[in-house]
Design a protein. Sequence first.
Length: 139
Amino acid sequence: MTHRLFLDANVLFTAAHRPQGKAAFLFQFQEAPWRLISSAYAIEEARRNLIAKFPHALAGWPALTEALELAPKPAAPRLPLDLPDKDLPIWAAAQAAHATHLLTGDLKDFGPYMNCPQRTAGILIQTVGDYLASWLSPR
């Protein structure tokens, strides 16, 4: 089964400025059993943060974003979660993209929903590390 991984802006940001890290690995794995998805909103947020903090990382940005499937722009989330306004477009886009997973490093806001697909309409919210650990050691 191919996983549909929706990447939050912080995952895109990390993949761009840490090319040897876990987030970047998602883009480098050949014949991956996953599809990488994000939204225009997340891509723009990650780009702005790269410009402000790691402008040298923008050299590889086009190749990174070209590897992504762009989620349709959602009207509103089908299942609302108690999230800050800044995270609602991410959640709505993950639902609109029919993601199986939402990968994020935002433990503060998404933390209460992590690894609880029964609370998130079947979408498994995880960190990249948690996702890769479960992928490497399936049950």
